[in-house]
Design a protein around this ligand. Structure first.
Ligand SMILES: [Zn+2]
Length: 67
């Protein structure tokens, strides 16, 4: 079963991962930016976890197993 919300959360996660990969360690403010993206990724993880377990009016997401 598909879930559009889950798909969107996952694609946001992939985008953040890509962004993280593109941040070069040589950048002057690279560390700060990486920390920021990592923080965004953590809160997105929490959002995904919440959606998986209670995202559908308090019920688990039917697409959770595909995440
Ligand atoms: Zn869902």
């Amino acid at each position: 079963m598909n879930c559009q919300v889950k798909d969107e959360l996952v694609s946001r996660l992939i985008a953040l991962n890509n962004k993280l990969n593109l941040l070069s360690p040589d950048l002057v403010h690279g560390d700060e930016e990486r920390a920021e993206v990592q923080q965004q990724r953590e809160s997105l993880y929490a959002e995904i976890k919440h959606h998986r377990t209670k995202g559908h009016e308090g019920k688990p997401c039917p697409a959770a197993k595909q995440v």
